[in-house]
Ligand binder design. Structure first.
Ligand code: SF4
Ligand code: SF4
Ligand code: SF4
Length: 187
């Protein structure tokens, strides 16, 4: 039980929480006594993974709801019923269904999130560049005696969407947006 709780610690996105909870559930050997649990949890895991990758659909949400109900009803043990309840609660959480439209409001599904520098706010301090371990940010820190600096920007092909740069920016100039709104990675 502790493993299941630890698996979701630090996550607020309901799709990530459901996926990680099922991962921990399935990490133990499956006893397979109840068909809904034995089959449904694997199917649910595959659909959740698809949703966190940005490939989920409204059909996935509906199927996940049916799986959660079937596992809850058809499970003999408390572990199976608890897994079903956790899944059902995650699906009912605001923001879960938005994954089918390519939106992770918690910014924890990397495939659904992209980062960009707001050039009108950026003061070119360089803190984001120093925080990026993937060397994905280009730009030169401002120096008093020089002018004509290009704006800092993120090379999307190198970006792993970890969010460290946004956390490091002291001016809130690094914004997370939905990949669905930007049309995907461009550079
Ligand atoms: S509900 Fe419990 S007893 Fe049934 S298959 Fe799942 S883990 Fe086994
Ligand atoms: S999100 Fe992560 S990888 Fe992407 S630019 Fe920011 S720090 Fe670098
Ligand atoms: S940390 Fe923020 S203000 Fe500083 S260079 Fe990066 S985006 Fe601009």
């Amino acid at each position: 039980m502790n493993d299941l709780i630890e698996a979701v610690e630090g996550y607020t996105c309901p799709a990530q929480r459901a996926l990680r909870h099922l991962d921990a559930f399935l990490a133990d050997p499956m006893c397979g006594q109840c068909f809904p649990c034995a089959l449904g949890t694997y199917e649910a895991r595959a659909r959740l993974e698809s949703m966190t990758r940005g490939e989920g659909t409204d059909d996935d949400v509906r199927v996940l709801e049916r799986i959660a109900a079937a596992v809850l009803e058809g499970s003999k043990c408390r572990k199976g019923k608890d897994a079903a309840r956790f899944l059902a609660e995650a699906i009912a959480t605001p923001g879960f269904g938005e994954h089918a439209a390519g939106v992770c409001r918690d910014r924890e599904c990397r495939s659904l999130t992209t980062y960009a520098v707001a050039s009108d706010i950026c003061v070119r301090c360089g803190a984001c560049k120093a925080a990026c371990v993937n060397d994905a940010i280009f730009g030169e820190p401002q120096q008093a005696f020089r002018a004509g600096y290009p704006a800092f920007e993120i090379r999307q092909r190198r970006c792993e969407r970890c969010g460290e740069c946004a956390a490091a920016c002291p001016h809130g100039a690094l914004r997370a947006t939905d990949v669905a709104l930007t049309g995907g990675r461009s550079r």
